[in-house]
Design a protein around this ligand. Structure first.
Ligand code: ZN
Ligand code: ZN
Ligand code: ZN
Length: 379
C-alpha cells in the first residue's frame, strides 16, 4: 500500500511550541511599549495556545499575556473543560466566570488598571467596551497595528504545513485543467475546484475564483452564471485550509488557442511574478517585492492595469501581514510566507494573474507552489 504522505496529518504542535510563542509575544509586546496583549478567540488564540472554542458566542473568552507575569486565560465556566484540553493550557493559568456574574469584572482582575494593551482585531466591541467600562484608565490598540509580525515568521513545522497546503492546491490545479470549461458556467467549474481542494486534503475552502473573459478583468469578481466560451482567458484563484494552514494559488488558463496579444500579456505577468520572486531575500523591505514585480509590468506599458498590491502573508489565515505593498518597510526574515500575485486587467476584455506562495530562506525565496506558470490550454 502506498501511504499518501501529503495527506497524513502532521504531528500536533506541543506545549513547548506554545510556550515559545507566548514568550515571544510577551517580548514583542514589551518592545512595543505595551503592558500586554489581550487575545480573544480566532487565529491569534489558536496560534498562542492551540485553543479554538467550538463556537464563538457573546460569552467572553480572553487570553491575557502580560509582559511581566505568566499568561492567563479566562473562559466561561461551561467551556473550561475544553480550554483545559488545549496543548497550550498547561502553561496558561486558567480561570473562569459563571453566567449571572459580571465577566468584565473578572477579566479586569487580570489587567493593570492604567495598562496599555494590544487587543485582537476580531475582539467583539461589546467585550472591549465592557473592559473599558471597568478600567477607564486603560487603553487599547489594534493587535495588527501594534504587533503586525506576531504570527509572520513561521517555524519549520508551520512552513511544512503551508507547503503541504500548496502542494494540494497544485494537485487540484493539475486536475481542474482536465475538466470541460467551454459551455459550462463559472459556478460549475468553481464547484469542481472546491471538490478537488477537499479531495486533496483541504478541510476548508475559502475561495474559488473563476473569472472568465471580461470577468477576469475584475480582480474582485469571484464567480457568476457566465457561460465560459471558446477563446476565453480564465483566471483561477483558489485556496483554503489544510491541516490548519492556508493555500492561495492563481493560474490563468485559456480555452482553445490564444491570440498573440493574450500570449504576450500572460508572458509579462509570468515575468513579473518571477521578478518578484527573485527579489525575495532576508533583509529586503516588503515594498521591494511589489516594486520588482510592478517594474516588469510598467516597462511593458501595462502599469495602469496592475491595480492591487503584489502580495499578502499567509498562515493560519489566507490573508494576514506582512503585506507586499508600496510603503511597507518591514524587513523580510527567514520563515515569512506570503503570496506574489501580479496581474494585468484589461477592462471589458480579460485579465491575467499568476500567484504562488513563497517563503523566505537564508539564500532567497523558496516557492511553496510547484505547478507550471505556462498558460495551459483547456477545452
Ligand atoms: Zn482568447
Ligand atoms: Zn489568490
Ligand atoms: Zn492571494
Amino acid at each position: 500500500m502506498i501511504a499518501s504522505r501529503s495527506n497524513s496529518a502532521p504531528a500536533p504542535f506541543t506545549t513547548d511550541d506554545f510556550g515559545e510563542r507566548l514568550r515571544r509575544a510577551a517580548l514583542s509586546a514589551e518592545a512595543a511599549g505595551l503592558d500586554g496583549i489581550l487575545v480573544t478567540p480566532g487565529p491569534d488564540l489558536l496560534y498562542l495556545t492551540g485553543y479554538a472554542p467550538v463556537a464563538i458566542t457573546e460569552r467572553i473568552t480572553m487570553l491575557v499575556v502580560p509582559v511581566d507575569a505568566e499568561p492567563a486565560m479566562i473562559v466561561p465556566r461551561l467551556e473550561r473543560p475544553d480550554a483545559e484540553e488545549a496543548a497550550g493550557a498547561p502553561i496558561v493559568r486558567i480561570t473562569d466566570w459563571v453566567d449571572g456574574s459580571d465577566p468584565y469584572e473578572a477579566c479586569a482582575t487580570l489587567l493593570t488598571a492604567a495598562g496599555r494593551y494590544a487587543v485582537s482585531d476580531s475582539a467583539w466591541a461589546m467585550h472591549l467596551l465592557g473592559l473599558q467600562g471597568r478600567l477607564p484608565s486603560s487603553s487599547y490598540v489594534s493587535m495588527t497595528k501594534a504587533l503586525p509580525m506576531l504570527r509572520a515568521i513561521k517555524d519549520d513545522d508551520e512552513v511544512a504545513r503551508l507547503a503541504a497546503a500548496g502542494a494540494a492546491a497544485d494537485q487540484a490545479y493539475e486536475e481542474i485543467i482536465k475538466v470541460r470549461f467551454a459551455g459550462r458556467s463559472e459556478t460549475d467549474v468553481a464547484a469542481d475546484l472546491a471538490d478537488l481542494l477537499r479531495r486533496f486534503g483541504h478541510s476548508q475552502v475559502d475561495f474559488t475564483v473563476v473569472g472568465s473573459g471580461p470577468n477576469g478583468a475584475n480582480p474582485h469578481h469571484e464567480i457568476g452564471p457566465r457561460i465560459i466560451e471558446d477563446g476565453d482567458m480564465v483566471v483561477l484563484d483558489f485556496g483554503g485550509l489544510k491541516h490548519g494552514y492556508g493555500s492561495d494559488t492563481t493560474r490563468t488558463v485559456h480555452v482553445g488557442e490564444p491570440t498573440v496579444e493574450e500570449r504576450e500579456v500572460h508572458d509579462i505577468v509570468r515575468r513579473a511574478q518571477q521578478a518578484g520572486f527573485e527579489a525575495v531575500r532576508p533583509g529586503v523591505e516588503c515594498q521591494e517585492i511589489d516594486r520588482a514585480s510592478r517594474a516588469v509590468i510598467a516597462e511593458a506599458g501595462f502599469g495602469d492595469y496592475f491595480i492591487h498590491r503584489v502580495g499578502h502573508g499567509i498562515g493560519l489565515t489566507t490573508h494576514e501581514p506582512p503585506y507586499m505593498v508600496e510603503g511597507e518597510t518591514q524587513i523580510l526574515h527567514p520563515g515569512m510566507c506570503f503570496s506574489i500575485e501580479p496581474g494585468i486587467y484589461l477592462p471589458g476584455r480579460f485579465g491575467v494573474r499568476i500567484e504562488d506562495i513563497v517563503t523566505v530562506v537564508p539564500e532567497g525565496g523558496r516557492r511553496l507552489n510547484q505547478s507550471s506558470h505556462e498558460m495551459r490550454i483547456v477545452h
